[in-house]
Design a protein around this ligand. Structure first.
Ligand code: ADP
Ligand code: MG
Length: 703
């Protein structure tokens, strides 16, 4: 069988008229044959199986189908609402029913007595029998044997409507199916009772029955999962071959020595994680580890332990943070922790003076400084290390894979630096393993002792006076409060890992600041902090708050990452409905750092989201919250945060389809164990699966 072949990258304009192709590209971002083939319907209209008229209205919710012959038609105009109304009486074998259309004047020329109609819509029952409020109808021609169909529903735009998309795809589908597809090995196909690839890609666009559409979706979703899992398995296998890092082995008493110089005992989780990291660093192949720990779990100290070992092994370390505020705070904390060990620290920031920068770079280049702390400014070409052996990246999600890799190439003597990525974004373990496929995972699952959970309450804007009264009471007791205004939902771009905030976000923060200073707390010291302020002003605002010269700090989410003010006891989050639960949890982590009682108040305009927000009233476990967030919002949220290039699915949902992911992962591990580079001919289709996803891109970057 010699099917003609169409290259997946064939431009759309070679398949459909150029003008159309331009429209598809502009409106939907579709450029190639493959793009169009994988522009999947997000749901279907099921026009099969009409309900007999005497049973219509039996459905508890949703739309029903009916079919019948038109007995009479009436057209009216409803002047008050300026709408056309069309009413048809229909008969089927079981009786009579009414179909009603609104706002479709053209029906005047379409509907005739004696015609056979297929209608779909919501049903109301009345004394005169069932009445269908028609959302969709299909006229059948005389003698046409029509027993319904399943119509694909594609995402449409104002300029490119569903009807056009449907027509175009229906027309070119046979050509699109000439693209070489991700055919699965027979055994996998049989094991999961999956449709063959060509059959699945056809049926997902043109199913004869809903059951066929579902089977097609299952096949495509399995393929997406298998692609992700294969990419991950291959990366792991490759990593085992690539050596090239300086082994640094920790002397037996290093843990004791570390602990002797701390004001407190390490938690069990910290000790376990430090051992994992030191264990990795002892090997001649580069560590590539993700350290997850809830806000306040003590990740800084774990970073310090890694730096200590690098220093003892005669290597340098670099720590990269997403913002200047955070970089400075790391520098202050780490300098203190590392002081007893005589480890010299330098800071490299974008907004730094020329002289300070020159000096810092000099000390890194000649090896006299052992640790560089900075922002993405560390990635610039003039930052050269004498012996970089360890790269630590804080708050992973603000940086992309590429940036991670640029720090890695700064290793020396053909060595890669050991890499530790730290994040406070709690991601369920199973999910983390697939999103960060190329990283080993360490989790700090225990908070230092003596913390009291933050008491959390979700409320609505009409209770704001009570909220401010509460804040005032805390301030009178000598405590401080954050008032956070949203930058998310308003901001889209994050450039170079620096916070980018939209104008709208800053306007909002300034409004709240004005309201509080003028009207609510004219007698208190109120501060303002947002992302567009110059670095020095930001630092000054933060420092004034840290010194308790400011009692109430209005801030955009720049405070999200890491800033530590132990005396702050209240976190008020305005427009809380805009945030994911995990992000709210992180913000909440800014208070409750001491033993005293702390409070978090989530304020939303109304109570439509109160059920979701109440999850935070009940639990303080970041991982449980992340699971709940996933359940409620799907992975959409995490995609932005996890840029490992992995989870860019068209159909699959890691939460809803998790069982299938687990199976695909097991299959992928088995395939890669037997054929690590997918070189066997029966794995041709699997190679395509890899190429289809961004997994391939991630592979290229990291190898
Ligand atoms: P995060 O994981 O959010 O970066 P930090 O490293 O900033 O957390 O630690 C939070 C706070 O907990 C800091 O004030 C730190 O000094 C303190 N801390 C860290 N480890 C311990 C410990 N083992 N016992 C007591 N306090 C600790
Ligand atoms: Mg931190």
């Amino acid at each position: 069988m010699n099917a003609p072949v169409l290259a997946p990258q064939t431009p759309l304009r070679e398949i459909i008229p150029a003008e159309r192709a331009a429209l598809f590209e502009r409106e939907l971002g579709l450029r190639s044959a493959y793009d169009l083939l994988t522009y999947f319907p997000y749901r279907y209209e099921d026009l099969t199986a009409p309900t007999p008229s005497n049973l219509l209205g039996g459905a508890l919710e949703g739309e029903e189908n009916a079919a019948g012959t038109v007995i009479s038609v009436k057209h009216q105009f409803l002047p008050g609402r300026a709408r056309a109304k069309t009413t048809a009486l229909l008969r089927d074998d079981a009786g009579i029913f009414t179909a009603v259309w609104f706002g479709r004047p053209y029906l005047r020329n379409q509907l005739r007595e004696g015609m056979r109609l297929f209608v779909r819509g919501r049903v109301q029952r009345s004394f005169s029998g069932p009445q269908i409020n028609v959302s969709l109808h299909r006229v059948t021609r005389e003698g046409e044997a029509y027993d319904g169909e399943v119509l694909p529903v594609y995402g449409q735009t104002a300029r490119l409507q569903l009807k056009t998309i449907r027509t175009v795809i229906r027309k070119v589908l046979p050509r699109l199916l000439e693209i070489p597809l991700d055919e699965l090995p027979e055994d996998l196909q049989r094991k999961h009772a999956l449709l063959p690839a060509r059959e699945a890609y056809r049926a997902i666009h043109q199913p004869a029955r809903m059951s066929e559409a579902l089977a097609a979706r299952k096949r495509v979703i399995y393929g997406e999962f298998l692609g992700l899992a294969l990419g991950a398995a291959i990366k792991r296998a490759q990593r085992a071959f690539t050596g090239g890092a300086l082994p640094m082995s920790a002397p037996d008493d290093l843990m004791d020595e570390l602990e002797r110089h701390l004001p407190f005992a390490l938690t069990g989780a910290q000790r376990r994680v430090i051992r994992q990291i030191w264990g990795d660093m002892a090997l001649p192949q580069a560590m590539n580890r993700l350290l997850q720990g809830d806000v306040g779990s003590g990740k800084t100290l774990v970073a310090a332990a890694a730096v200590l070992l690098a220093h003892r092994a005669g290597a340098q370390a670099a720590l990269m943070a997403p913002t200047e505020i955070l970089a400075r705070q790391h520098a202050a904390k780490l300098a203190t922790l590392l002081l007893p060990f005589g480890i010299p620290v330098e800071v490299v920031l974008g907004g730094q003076g020329a002289k300070a920068r020159r000096e810092a770079l000099g000390h890194l280049a000649d090896g006299s400084a052992s640790l560089a702390i900075g922002t993405h400014a560390l990635l610039e070409d003039d930052v050269v290390f004498a012996r970089l052996g360890l790269a630590i990246i804080d708050e992973q999600h603000k940086f992309g894979v590429q940036q991670r890799m640029r720090l890695r190439v700064k290793g020396y003597g053909g060595n890669l630096p050991h890499t530790l990525v730290m994040t406070a974004t709690p991601i369920p373990r199973t999910l983390a393993q697939s999103l960060y496929a190329d990283l080993d995972l360490s989790v700090i699952d225990e908070l230092p002792p003596g913390r009291t959970p933050v008491r959390t309450r979700a409320t609505t804007e009409d209770h704001k006076p009570d909220v401010w009264a509460f804040v005032r009471k805390q301030v009178e007791r000598g405590r401080q409060a954050y008032v956070v205004t949203p930058s998310i939902g308003l901001d889209n771009g994050k450039k170079n890992g620096e916070e980018e905030e939209s104008k709208a976000a800053i306007v909002r923060a300034t409004e709240v600041y004005d309201e509080l200073t003028r009207r609510v707390f004219p007698d208190l010291r109120v501060g303002l902090l947002h992302g567009k302020m110059p670095a020095r002003e930001k630092d000054e605002a933060m420092a004034a708050f840290a010194r308790n010269e400011v009692s109430v700090l209005v801030a955009t989410t720049v405070v999200e990452v890491g800033v530590d003010v132990a005396n702050a006891s209240v976190m008020v989050i305005l427009d809380a409905q805009r945030y994911g639960l995990a992000q709210l949890h992180q913000l909440r982590g800014r208070v409750g750092r001491g033993a005293a009682a702390s409070f978090c108040i989530l304020v939303a305009p109304d109570d439509t989201e109160s059920e979701r927000l109440q999850v935070l009233e009940r639990t303080a476990d970041g991982f449980a919250i992340a699971e709940e967030d996933l359940r409620l919002r799907g992975t959409g949220d995490l995609r932005g945060t996890a840029q490992s290039g992995a989870a860019n699915f068209k159909l699959a949902n890691l939460v809803a389809d998790f069982h299938l992911y687990a199976e695909a992962k097991a299959d992928a591990d088995a395939v890669v164990a037997a054929d690590p580079r997918l070189e066997r001919p029966e794995h041709d289709g699997l190679r395509r699966l890899l190429a289809a996803g961004e997994t391939l891109q991630a592979l290229v970057v990291s190898s």
